[in-house]
Structures are given as C-alpha cells and as structure tokens.
Design a protein around this ligand. Structure first.
Ligand SMILES: Nc1ncnc2c1ncn2[C@@H]1O[C@H](COP(=O)(O)OP(=O)(O)OP(=O)(O)O)[C@@H](O)[C@H]1O
Length: 381
C-alpha cells in the first residue's frame, strides 16, 4: 500500500512546472544551513529575518536592530492602553489591551512590530484577516484597529483563549500531553474548516502548529486559527492559482513541515493539510516519532519512512481513518483543490465507529473540576 520514497518522487505537475524537476535533488537541495531548534514552538521566522537582514546588508542597507517592541503596563498605543504582555513571537510581541475611549468594551490583543523590520509580518496579518472578515469566516480573530505609532506598527484583534500548545502543556507528564480521542477528532474537524476558509480567500498559512490554533476566550468550543506572518497568497489577481516557483525557502516549523518543505518545493494547499495532519497526530498520541530529531534532512527522511515501514510508529494509537486521511492528502497535487469535506467526513466516521464523545472538551472538564476543587483539576485528560 505504501511505497518508500514514493511521495517525494511522485510527478505531481506537468513537466517543467514545479514538483517533478525538484525531486531528483531530494534532500540534497539544501544550500542554506538552517538551524534546527528543539522546541516545536520555534519556527523559521527568526532565520527568515536574519536571512533578509543579511541580504539587506549585502545590498548596503543597514539592517534594523533585532530587538522586539517592548511596551509596558499603562503605555498608550493610539486609543489602546497596555495591561500586560501576553507573549512574544519571532518578529514582535502581543499585549493585552483595553480601549481608553470607552466605546469598545472588553479586553483585546495588540500585536506590535518595529516599523523598521525587514520582514513585515503584520502587513500580511492585516491582509489576511481583512479578507477573512469580508468572507464572514468563523474561525479567525476580528481585526479592530491597526496603525503606526512612532517606530512601530500595530494591529488590535480579538483576544483568544489558550492555544492547543498551552492546553497540551498543562500536564508536565509528557505521556499525558494529548487530547482525548473524541476531543482531538472534534477539534480536528474545526481546524479543517478553518483551513478551508483560509484557502477559500486565497491564502496558504504555511506555519500551522498547536501554538497557532487557540480556543475562544468566551467559547471553549470555538477553534481559532492565529498568526499569518508566514502566509502567502496562492492565487493571482485574476483568481488563478500561481504557478509554483522552482525552489522555495523553508517556511514554517520543522516538526510539522510538509515533505515539500524538506525538498525546497513551493507549498500549495495540500501542504497546509499535511502540516495539520502531523499536528493532529501529535494532539491525538501526545508526540510525533521524529520529535527528538534535530537535523532537518534526517527529519524529512523520517517523515517519508512513516509512509512505508514506519507507518505504525506514526499512526499507533490513532483511528485508522487517519491513515486514509494521509493517503488522501499524499495523493493531492499542486493544483488539485482538496476535498476538505472528505477529511471532515473521515474524522466524523472515526468519532462514530469508535463511539467517541465530542463534548464537553477536555479543558471544559478540567475547568469544572477546578471549580469543584476535585481531582483532574490540573488539566485535560
Ligand atoms: N489574539 C490573541 N489573543 C491572545 N493571545 C494571542 C493572540 N495572538 C497571539 N497571542 C499569543 O501571543 C504570543 C505570541 O504570538 P505570536 O503569534 O506573535 O508568536 P508565536 O506564534 O508564539 O511565535 P512565532 O511568531 O515565532 O511563530 C503567543 O503566546 C500567542 O498565543
């Protein structure tokens, strides 16, 4: 059923366009040495920035300072007041804010980056969230405000709850860092809906991972996709899919990167789905078999092996429908519109044939246990 190396060697595209010509150079096409970071949280945004700065320096442009915007409690940004820092990413920081005019109630998230950044991730965030809002997409933050104050740009968006990464890490015991099967399949369906919504407005995410999906602040059953700093428009102004580039730099987080990334092949819709599947398997089993591999090329070979003799290593503990999903995703080519509904149906089948219960989600049970002061108060099962 599975053929070793068949995925990377498959000719997905007409001769001369993208995929196939890159294949013979499998895993040796890595002119640039990327630093592989141990934590799944780390991505290549910092490396991307360094590469951009190096290119700017070569062109005689003085590269900007590497520091992140630092704002303090009480600082004012436009009409927004900083309450505290929520976290930092590769390019900027996210703060909890409130509106000082009193016109907008509640708390929001303000994302800021230095205006001098050579890679402008907030610009992409604004483009993508604006398109999604126009399309009435339901799995994304609302964009409330954007602007520039002195040396930094900012956007203000809906405040979300904990990310899947945070929800997994509630447990210190690594074996327990997973969602219950019903919960994993159910959020998986919502993630696919989010991916379909994003693709339908013409963008690829290219950095899906547990840290980039969160639950709603008020609705713990809502799934929200975050962080469009690595996104790319895959359709042109005429609505046609852009032709693949001959080679593309690494984007995303190595642990969840699709095979295409490991051979510098330009990404397409299938790659977001492959990345999601790795994340889905991790949320279901608690780990991915290549988690401790640090070398990017070795990890790519491991992912290939998991299509053949390593299949049990990857899928052990997962419903058999996950294998069908992988076969389906692997069969997609650069220009093929994915059948998102088919993946969602397979997840629904996994729920029904295994008599799984979707709700309440693990974190709802944990909250109830905390409220009751009972056992299980420390996190999801
Ligand atoms: N709308 C939001 N509401 C609440 N927290 C948020 C929101 N957006 C981002 N965060 C949190 O802020 C932190 C930084 O997010 P950001 O997207 O800048 O970087 P990251 O995804 O952690 O890292 P990287 O950019 O390197 O991928 C994360 O902990 C993230 O969960």
């Amino acid at each position: 059923m599975f053929q070793h190396f068949s995925i990377l060697q498959r000719t997905c595209l007409p001769p001369g366009i993208g995929g196939c010509p890159v294949a013979p150079r499998i895993l040796s096409l890595t002119g640039i040495k990327w630093k592989v970071m141990p934590e799944e949280k780390k991505n290549f945004s910092a490396e991307l920035k360094k590469a951009a700065d190096a290119a700017a320096a070569e062109a005689g442009i003085v590269p900007p300072a590497l520091d992140i915007v630092q704002l303090n409690k009480g600082d004012k940004v436009g009409t927004w007041k900083i309450s505290k820092k929520l976290g930092e990413g590769g390019f900027g920081a996210v703060y909890l804010v409130t509106d000082m005019t009193g016109k907008i109630e509640g708390e929001y998230a303000l994302k800021a980056e230095k205006a001098t950044e050579s890679v402008r991730v907030l610009k992409m965030e604004v483009f993508v969230l604006t398109e999604l809002k126009k399309a009435n997409a339901k799995h994304f933050c609302d964009l409330l405000d954007r602007g520039r104050i002195s040396v930094y740009n900012y956007v203000v968006m809906t405040l979300v709850g904990p990310s899947f990464h945070d929800l997994r890490k509630v447990y210190t015991d690594k074996d327990k860092q997973k969602f219950s099967l019903g919960c994993a399949c159910s959020v998986g369906i919502k993630c696919i809906e989010a991916i379909e919504e994003l693709h339908s407005v013409g963008y690829l995410h290219r950095d899906l991972k547990p840290g980039n999906f969160a639950i709603g602040k008020a609705d713990p059953r809502k799934v929200i996709m975050l962080d469009f700093g690595m996104a790319r428009k895959y359709i042109d102004a005429q609505g046609k899919q852009r032709a693949p580039r001959w080679a593309a730099g690494f984007r995303g987080t190595v642990r969840y990167a699709p095979l295409s990334c490991h051979i510098s092949r330009d990404q397409c819709r299938k790659d977001d789905l492959e990345t999601w599947l790795y994340m889905q398997i991790e949320l279901t089993r608690g780990n991915l078999p290549w988690k401790s591999i640090e070398n990017r090329e070795e990890m790519g070979r491991y992912k290939e092996r998991c299509r053949g003799e390593g299949i049990k290593e990857l899928m052990g503990g997962c419903p058999k429908e996950y294998v069908d999903i992988m076969l389906f995703v692997d069969s997609l080519c650069y220009y093929t519109p994915p059948k998102y509904a088919l993946i969602m149906d397979l997840l629904k089948t996994a729920i029904s044939v295994n008599n799984l219960v979707e709700y309440p989600y693990d974190w709802e049970k944990a909250t109830a246990a905390v409220a009751a002061g009972g056992p299980g108060a420390s996190g999801p099962a």
